[in-house]
Design a protein around this ligand. Structure first.
Ligand code: HAM
Length: 409
């Protein structure tokens, strides 16, 4: 039997109900904040991710589904959504138009990681990207939006916050950090020694305990910010305080993608095991120009849908619509007619097999219908329909014409 690939899951039955519930909740909230849907391709030129997420990142360096297509193009399945949205923003010349552009998206992302609970090779993100606002109030808005989505879904979280500085303060900090890394000598792992020359700040989120013990004494970017970054970070904290959104400063939070500057944040859950990051984001003011666009400030985030699905508190299901069944095959024609008419306004699910009343009532319960409508020989001869309201537990008999529209009669 052919099975799905490792780390790539089907989403069906109750999982799909959760998935749909998540999407409708998050999309409704994103629209309320003024974001519009954008869809970008799953396959992009590899260069897009090399130039945005960064060649030194694990995502680009180790985890891309990259291949040469039949036209000899170097392409890859998107490992994340931001780069594609920025490409579309520049390609459609919205950078030249100016003003504020806010997008949301959702869909599959691909990373060739080692699969484990909460870590997939094909997973789904819900993300938003905001272009054209350099005020830190927009960063706060992003965080408030994630908090809003998580609260609506009944999900508890911890928020980790950091500032990655900008092109004014980052270079001097990088030099300080490199000197510190050099002072550690051979005590560091091979990855950290490699990162010293590719992207030194990534050493700070090294998973090795012995490296982390050394980095306790490393210089912290948060104490080396320039005045502009410091003032933005202070404002961000005071907005979150004013909105009762708790946070912890995590000076090692550098994120796994190279495009960030200033605000970086991650929402984590303590209830889903080691893969605890449920959302991540931040500001990326330089990325639009790196991808040949007009310099435009930008900020965004993405939520990991599979991780959230473990945590969502689903609302009590409400019974809705009709289940329709026949007790003999001669009544099926009438059942189909009623269903067609009802379906113009509500759910109407037909069971094609003639069954006993008890079996139909079970069927109605299974699909969570509000009403079970059945026609047997008696009803057919009398031109009536037997209906049970499964919420109120009341039974009634209606003339068939009660259900058919004027044109049907
Ligand atoms: P990210 O932190 O790489 O950010 O991913 C966002 C979320 O996707 C993570 O917090 C996690 O919940 C989920 N996720 C990541 N990898 C996996 C995986 N292998 N299996 C399951 N879930 C996973 C980004 O992708 C940025 N593009 C976010 C962003 C948007 N920043 C600015 N705008």
């Amino acid at each position: 039997m052919i099975q799905s690939l490792r780390g790539m899951n089907d989403i069906l039955n109750q999982d799909y109900e959760r998935y749909e519930y998540f999407l409708s909740t998050a999309s409704t909230i994103a629209k309320r904040y003024g974001f519009h849907y954008i869809e970008t391709p799953l396959l992009e030129e590899t260069a897009l991710f090399k130039r945005s997420v960064g060649e030194s990142s694990d995502i680009v360096g180790k985890e891309m589904y990259q291949f040469t297509d039949k036209g000899e193009n170097d392409v890859c399945l998107r490992p994340e959504g931001t780069a594609g949205v920025v490409r579309a923003f520049v390609q459609h010349k919205l950078d030249k138009k100016g003003g504020i552009h806010r997008f949301y998206y959702h869909g599959a992302m691909f990373r060739y990681e080692r699969p484990q609970k909460g870590r997939l090779r094909q997973f789904h993100q819900f993300g938003v990207e905001s272009f054209g606002v350099d005020s830190v109030y927009e960063d706060a808005l992003m965080i408030m939006m994630v908090a809003d989505i998580l609260k609506t879904l009944g999900i508890g979280y911890r928020l980790k916050l950091n500032s990655l500085g900008d092109h004014h303060c980052m270079p001097a900090y990088r030099e300080k950090l490199v000197s510190f890394i050099e002072s550690c000598g051979d005590a560091l792992c091979d990855d950290c020694i490699r990162r010293k020359s590719t992207n030194p700040i990534r050493v700070l989120d090294c998973k090795s305990e012995s490296c982390q013990n050394l980095y306790v004494n490393a210089p912290k970017l948060i104490y080396n910010l320039c005045d502009g970054c410091q003032s933005d970070f202070d404002t961000l904290k005071s907005i979150l305080d004013a909105h009762n959104i708790g946070y912890e400063i995590d000076t090692n939070l550098v994120r796994g993608l190279d495009y960030y500057s200033k605000t970086a944040f991650e929402f984590v859950s303590d209830a889903i095991g080691s893969q605890s990051a449920i959302a991540g984001g931040g500001r990326y003011d330089r990325l639009i120009e790196f991808l040949d666009g007009k310099p435009t400030p930008a900020v965004g985030f993405a939520l990991g849908i599979e991780r959230l699905m473990e945590l969502i508190v689903m609302p009590e299901p409400i019974r809705e619509g009709y289940y329709l069944g026949a007790m003999d095959s001669e009544s099926l024609g009438d059942i189909l007619k009623i269903a067609e008419s009802l379906r113009k306004e509500q759910k109407a699910v037909v069971e094609y097999e003639a069954k006993t009343l008890k079996a139909h009532l079970k069927g109605a319960d299974r699909i969570n219908a509000r009403y079970c409508a059945v026609i047997g020989e008696n009803e057919r001869l009398n031109g009536t329909v037997w209906v049970k309201d499964l919420a109120k537990k009341e039974e009634s008999t209606f003339p068939l014409t009660h259900f058919t529209t004027k044109e049907d009669k």
